[in-house]
Design a protein around this ligand. Structure first.
Ligand SMILES: [Zn+2]
Length: 361
């Protein structure tokens, strides 16, 4: 098994020219307020770039990042607000690619200053137990892939695993009948099944909450009754008895609370509300295609483990080291990918399946 690292981890600085405007230090606040979100000062997607730096030549001046030179034309230059025109326009160098490692940060930051988020990409170390667990789940997927292949589908199956509960929540197999134009890929199937079985809809959630509120009200009513009963009895009973009574009532109250807690837990268990696949792992025998990779991004899955790289003559895989669409800056979610999980077992199983196929023909 091997974790796939995005190529940009090894990238050198991609340097481009940028236009900055230089002005006196004391005007900084005014300029940021007025032009911080202005059409002329446009960072586009360069979120790692700092807006301002001290001028090297003139320490009483600051430089304000305007835009990349490629993005700066005559029209923009002519339309610069009068207020800014007296200031000096300068060209500087800036690293436009995001640093992934500290080494890259130190290198890229030598140009225009940038920010760096530590641990943008987690490199996972597995212990023996975790490794065994992963292999064992993948083996189950491979066995399911074998079964669905025997029913004339593609050799692929997947599972959704909850790493906190250490529980496989859902399996699904390929049901494409080996047709190119079918979308019944196992990821598509598992997302549908998982949605039906585990994701609590807003409506269901509202019902659960109503049940809880009702229980709370019942609980309050019965404890009021208890208090009233106790006070009546207290008047009739002698002092020695009273203590015993109170203890009993306390016990009863505790029992009631325990019953209530248990029923709440059982409701939560049956409607365990997952927010998409947040925090969950997906195991899949063959690397997901691009469509399925996008579905995995939308599902907000935590990790994807696959065994075999998608063969290029079929559909292009979306998660291998060439594409890695799980790690695109323009997408709002990314997840970790591990490949070659039990790949020997997957390969031998697939080959024996294919041999049997040929014998039958
Ligand atoms: Zn697919």
């Amino acid at each position: 098994m091997q974790q796939l690292l995005p190529k940009d981890f090894l990238a050198t600085a991609n340097i481009q020219q940028a236009i900055v405007v230089e002005f006196e230090n004391k005007k900084t606040n005014f300029m940021i307020k007025k032009y911080g979100n202005d059409q002329y000062f446009n960072l586009k997607n360069l979120n790692h770039i700092k807006r301002i730096r001290k001028s090297e030549e003139n320490p009483s001046n600051v430089q304000f990042f305007m835009r990349l030179k490629d993005d700066f034309n005559e029209e923009i230059e002519q339309n610069i607000p009068e207020e800014i025109k007296p200031y000096l326009l300068k060209e500087v160098e800036v690293a436009v690619n995001m640093p992934r490692t500290k080494e890259q940060f130190l290198q890229f930051n030598k140009y225009w200053p940038i920010t760096y988020k530590v641990q943008q990409y987690e490199i996972v170390q597995f212990n023996d137990f975790e490794q065994q667990e992963i292999n064992q789940i993948m083996r189950q997927c491979i066995d399911q892939a074998k079964q669905t292949y025997e029913k004339n589908n593609k050799f692929n199956a997947c599972a959704i695993f909850d790493p906190n509960k250490k529980k496989i929540l859902q399996f699904a197999v390929d049901e494409t009948c080996r047709k190119q134009n079918s979308i019944k890929h196992c990821i598509m199937n598992i997302m549908k099944l998982f949605g039906e079985n585990y994701i609590v809809t807003a409506q269901q959630k509202a019902i659960t909450e109503k049940v809880k509120v009702k229980q709370d009200e019942d609980m309050n009513d019965s404890s009021k009754e208890m208090v009233q009963n106790t006070s009546q009895q207290e008047k009739e009973k002698k002092d020695e008895d009273r203590l015993e009574e109170e203890e009993e009532e306390e016990e009863k109250k505790k029992d009631k609370i325990n019953v209530k807690r248990k029923s709440e837990e059982s409701i939560e268990e049956s409607l365990s509300s997952y927010y998409y696949c947040t925090g969950l792992d997906v195991f899949i025998v063959q690397e997901p295609c691009i469509m399925c990779s996008m579905a995995l991004i939308h599902s907000r899955v935590r990790r994807v483990y696959y065994s075999l790289k998608n063969p290029k003559q079929e559909q292009f895989g979306g998660l291998n080291d060439d594409l890695m669409i799980n790690h695109m800056d323009s997408l709002n979610h990314s997840f970790l990918v591990f490949q070659n999980v039990e790949s020997e077992y997957a390969n031998t199983t697939l080959k024996s399946n294919q041999q049997q196929d040929q014998l039958q023909k």
